[in-house]
Design a protein around this ligand. Structure first.
Ligand code: UDX
Ligand code: UDX
Length: 424
């Protein structure tokens, strides 16, 4: 099929590359010329394991442009533009609306399908996107074209794997023709298809992410209590996770969840609940627990290092998780901000995310190795579980004080240093 992907970000690029690998022709439409140029040279605009190879292998079926005219020749248009948080936690739909208007203007003479893949609050596809497409095209949904909602469940760093081997593919549409087209498109991916209404599909995405985030805050709340009782919370959660109703994933206590999804999606659900007169007590608490974790890291640091003024603190890990260069909502951001507010000197290291973090904190020292960051440091905060950090020797620090936010320092490396885990 001829497919247009609007928005060549983490979601769009992975979607386009994977659909190209099953024989479809992909045209990326974006506003970022650098992304357009990279994609036209079969160069990945973001880091994702396996993405570069996919773009190279399928370069004959992939192109990119800033011109929406490509929509007219496509069978399917995926809208994958960003849906960032607004001040009140609600989502900013301006990019989705703009994309829908631009797509609507170019809908061709034959029947076409417009699929919303961006994470949007329930009701967006049918009450905002569909009317915009009808107004801009002068056509009627259901006969001249149709819409569907198809959320993504991609984890960054392993997004290709998650796209190629999904647990389920969720499709929200009222159109039999849309259902059949998407069933055909996703047939090569051999995963159960869950077909429902667009608003249900929209809610499935939010409910999934909110539950995953809730598991993490639950693990952090229990973990803080376990720490006070000298109990190893990782053993607790290992045994708890043996209950098939619970399962052990997403129960790793640590510095909290970051990324472009969990914080944004939980805040959006809270705001959506607020609009509907629902207090959303549980999800508010999930965010409160998460917001506490960076403070806990700094309290533990100060417990051993004392006043942070003029102290040299090493921050190991800037990406919101390993395997990616993405720093969106990374837990190291509030930690570094507080260190600077308290006049500490920060040396930061991350194998991939340094350039992105330099945009946020241009004035801290970024080192080319973790050892360099640790050299002569009065304390160290481990904020991302990059495997390389498990090999480090901390004895070169002025004071070998290590606060581990991700359970990445092995037992044998904790002996001749002052070591504390955030929840262990
Ligand atoms: C993000 C969220 O992570 C995800 O939950 C949501 O479903 C979609 O937005 P992501 O791919 O990470 O997904 O977004 P981002 O990396 O911000 O990429 C959005 C892309 O859209 C960017 O390449 C941006 O240049 C492009 N864009 C944005 C347009 O093409 N047109 C616009 O008007 C705005
Ligand atoms: C998440 C969802 O997993 C994915 O399904 C959705 O499509 C997008 O959002 P992502 O944000 O890329 O994916 O990363 P994920 O692996 O879920 O980790 C999110 C954050 O939670 C990271 O900061 C990670 O460090 C943290 N985390 C994860 C924990 O603190 N404990 C855990 O047990 C798991």
């Amino acid at each position: 099929m001829q497919i247009c992907v609007i928005g060549a970000g983490y979601v769009g690029v992975v979607t386009g590359a994977c659909l190209a690998s099953t024989g479809n022709h992909i045209t990326f439409i974006d506003i970022d010329q650098d992304k357009i140029d990279r994609l036209n040279n079969a160069t990945a605009p973001i880091y994702e394991e396996g993405l570069q190879e996919l773009l190279q292998e399928n370069r004959k079926r992939i192109s990119a442009t800033d011109d929406y005219d490509a929509v007219a020749d496509s069978d399917v248009v995926f809208i994958c533009v960003g849906t960032p948080s607004r001040e009140n936690g609600g989502i900013d739909l301006s990019y989705v609306k703009k994309a829908a208007e631009q797509v609507g203007k170019r809908l061709g003479e034959r029947w076409q399908l417009v699929v919303v893949k961006s994470t949007v609050i329930p009701g967006t596809t049918m009450n905002i996107v569909k009317p915009l497409l009808e107004q801009a095209s002068g056509k009627t949904a259901g006969s001249d074209f149709d819409v569907a909602m198809n959320p993504e469940f991609l984890r960054e760093g392993i997004a290709i794997q998650d796209f190629m081997q999904p647990d389920r593919i969720v499709i929200g549409t009222t159109s039999q023709q849309a259902r059949e087209l998407l069933e055909k498109l996703y047939e090569p991916f051999d995963a159960p298809l869950y077909v429902t209404s667009p608003s249900t599909a929209e809610m499935v995405k939010y409910a999934s992410n909110a539950l995953l985030a809730t598991k993490i805050s639950y693990a952090n709340e229990i973990g803080s209590l376990c720490k006070q009782h000298g109990i190893d919370t990782y053993q607790v959660m290992e045994a708890v996770g043996m209950d098939h109703r619970i399962a052990s994933s997403f129960l790793r206590a640590g510095a909290g969840f970051g990324g472009s999804c969990f914080p944004k999606d939980v805040r959006a659900l809270i705001a959506t609940g607020g609009d509907a007169g629902q207090p959303m007590h549980l999800l508010r608490a999930v965010m409160q627990v998460n917001d506490m974790q960076p403070h806990r890291m700094l309290e533990l640091l100060k417990k051993h290092v004392g006043d942070l003024k003029d102290k040299h603190i090493a921050v190991l890990g800037l990406a919101f998780k390993p395997g990616t260069d993405d720093i969106r909502e990374s837990r190291s951001i509030p930690v570094i901000r507080t260190l600077l507010d308290q006049n500490a000197h920060v040396s930061a290291y991350d194998p991939m995310a340094t350039d992105n973090m330099r945009e946020v904190f241009p004035d801290i020292c970024y080192t080319d190795s973790p050892e360099e960051a640790l050299d002569d440091a009065d304390g160290c905060l481990v904020m991302t579980d990059w495997p390389m950090f498990a090999e480090l020797d901390f004895t070169g620090m002025a004071q070998p004080i290590v606060i581990d936010g991700r359970r990445v320092i092995p037992e044998e490396k904790r002996t001749d240093i002052t070591y504390e885990g955030i929840c262990w």
